[in-house]
Design a binder for this molecule. Structure first.
Ligand SMILES: [Zn+2]
Length: 608
């Protein structure tokens, strides 16, 4: 085994300043694999540090998260041998870090005890120059920390080490010249520049609430090491919105690094960036230095097995483009534009994808183009469909192998093929007693629930903030299970369905209530079962009160207000006088289980 190791390769990587001089595909032994401490409930991917040896030297490295599976599958283990296929050296906290982006485990070499007696790498040139510079100065405090390469680092002053300067890419202008990997960003350091591609740019969003109004936009940024989301507010919208273009590569520095708010993002990063007044952004001259968007495609056949509400990547051939439709959200009375398109792939399935807003109106992709979608939502109920979110991206004819394969298949046989749909049979039954995912009002709106052709279900913790006094109930047929509205014919009530007259109707609730949470307010339709729970009275009782005792009626109404519940809701398109609207209905309601609710909040706080 020892003769297979690329002896001296780590020293070469450590001392050369020119990546083109890096040894190609060095074979190394794994000495240790260590998981970095991270919050287990944060949902962020685990991070691993791996110590590699070439038998002469050892070096610590950071493993790119896309290689985590090798650790989890017990392939990348202590004593194993690997061949690095893609790696880079970055300077972080004034130290060099080996970042491994690709490697192959070599199982044919087996597992072995540590070969040789490898030594930690001295960052010799840095050490010497620093010693000369600092000959008369005492060592700085930072010298007590241990180097990523295993040794104590040389004494450092605040200036970047010469080695770092040599290794750095010149960003020009006032930007810091040290390029950091996105994976290396944290709130604990502020001198950095990243070189990243904008893989997604949101529209400008405006908000108005009690505290004022404003606007914001966000972009997803990608480099070889990972992804991060960046958001700009108000003045930063004016400053940067037009500069940042989807698909282009930029040098970006001097942003605030915050803990990521994961509920608003599909980017896997513990942190996110916020543009500030002195943030610097400059377009990179070298547009090819950074990879294109990363995808983790699911075939359209596999979409059938993916859970509802999952966020996935798909690629397909555009087969059909539907017309733009207008939908009004009852929550906001705002209009939404949507367009359904159909894509197909080699798995023999077709899938409907809903595109929203400006993208729906401007959609001008020719049929039979290849489209790759990143971060789209899976809808179920009647089979499967997909829907873009604000954070989703759509790339036409991307230059990636999957696109070329798909094009070849479509030209060869796909064009003439018939496609299958995921049938609704398997999922219809589960529509009735599902426990839907908890959403906030803001999420219900941002995720366009109820605006596709199939209804969406969600659970909502909210407080009754208003009960509309008009049309609280309607006179219904007293025959069990009829429930049809009956008409007053002066002394008797007539049911058209049963074709019978009755002395008195049986009142049933048909209320409209406003339910609010900390993110907004939603109008909910409420029918008899739920109405009885909310009002604590039957509709007959309440109706009698409304006619006979105004004071008691008012008191029941106010008792029913400002009570919190968990509502199980359905959001569904509704055609009202030719206008398509989204209607939210409270299917059932229950009192809040405070113990369970507190536990949920604790989990949420921990994961924030
Ligand atoms: Zn009837």
């Amino acid at each position: 085994m020892a003769d297979r190791l690329s002896v001296g390769s780590l020293n070469k990587i450590n001392t050369t300043s020119d990546p083109s001089e890096f040894p190609a595909n060095p074979v190394l032994q794994v000495l240790t694999v260590k998981e970095l401490n991270s919050n287990p409930t944060s949902g962020a991917p685990k991070r691993y540090r791996v110590v590699f040896s070439d038998s002469q030297n050892y070096a610590q490295s950071m493993l790119s998260t896309q290689l985590n599976h090798l650790v989890m599958e017990n392939k990348l283990v202590k004593g194993a041998f690997v061949q690095l296929t893609q790696f880079t050296v970055n300077v972080m906290k004034e130290r060099k870090i080996l970042i491994v982006l690709g490697l192959n485990v070599l199982p044919e070499l087996g597992i072995s005890e540590k070969i040789g007696n490898p030594a930690g790498l001295e960052t010799v040139d840095v050490l010497k120059q620093q010693q000369q510079q600092n000959a008369s100065k005492p060592p700085s405090e930072s010298s007590s920390t241990s180097s990523f390469y295993g040794n104590r680092p040389p004494p450092m002053n605040n200036a970047p080490a010469p080695a770092a300067k040599r290794n750095a890419v010149r960003a020009g202008g006032g930007l810091s010249t040290i390029i950091y990997p996105i994976e290396g960003l944290s709130p604990y350091q502020n001198k950095w520049t990243i070189r990243a591609r904008v893989t997604n740019k949101s529209e400008i969003k405006h908000w108005h609430n009690q505290r004022g109004e404003g606007k914001l936009f966000s972009v997803n940024l990608l480099d070889e090491s990972g992804e991060i989301r960046a958001t700009g507010f108000n003045e930063q919208v004016d400053a940067f919105y037009d500069i940042l273009q989807e698909g282009q590569v930029y040098f970006i520095s001097k942003c605030r690094v915050n803990i990521a708010k994961k509920q608003f993002s599909n980017v896997q990063n513990e942190y996110e960036l916020m543009f500030e007044r002195d943030t610097e952004i400059k377009k990179s001259e070298d547009q090819n230095a950074v990879p294109m968007a990363r995808f983790n495609f699911v075939t359209l056949e596999e979409v059938g097995k993916v859970a509802k509400d999952a966020i996935i990547d798909v690629i397909g051939v555009l087969q059909n483009i539907g017309p733009v439709q207008q939908i009004t959200s009852r929550a906001t009375s705002r209009g939404f534009d949507k367009r359904d398109i159909t894509i197909v792939d080699q798995s023999g399935f077709e899938m409907r994808m809903t595109v929203w807003g400006k993208q729906a109106i401007d959609f001008s992709v020719p049929e039979e183009s290849i489209i790759a979608f990143k971060g789209v939502k899976v809808n179920d109920f009647q089979g499967r469909s997909l829907s873009m979110l604000n954070s989703s991206t759509m790339t036409t004819d991307p230059d990636i192998p999957e696109a070329h394969t798909l094009k070849g298949w479509y030209d060869g046989q796909g064009r003439a093929q018939d496609f299958m749909k995921h049938s609704s049979a398997a999922t219809v039954g589960s529509g009735t007693n599902r426990t839907a995912e908890r959403k906030t009002v803001a999420e219900v709106q941002a995720q366009h629930l109820g605006m596709s052709e199939t209804p969406d279900y969600f659970s909502l913790k909210a407080t009754v903030v208003y009960i509309r006094k008009k049309n609280i109930s309607y006179p219904a047929c007293p025959t069990p299970d009829c429930n049809k509205k009956v008409f007053d014919q002066g002394g008797s009530w007539h049911c058209e369905k049963c074709n019978k007259d009755y002395e008195a109707p049986h009142y049933r609730y048909i209320m409209t209530i406003a339910a609010g949470d900390h993110t907004g307010q939603l109008w909910l339709n409420v029918f008899d079962d739920v109405g009885r729970i909310l009002m604590g009275k039957t509709a007959d009782e309440l109706n009698a009160m409304q006619e006979n005792d105004e004071n008691e009626f008012t008191s029941v109404m106010s008792d029913a207000s400002y009570v919190p519940y968990v509502f199980e809701c359905r959001a569904k398109q509704d055609n009202f006088k030719g206008e398509v609207r989204v209607r939210y209905t409270a299917m059932s309601v229950r009192n809040i289980d405070w113990k369970q609710e507190s536990k949920r909040l604790v989990d949420l706080i921990k994961s924030a």
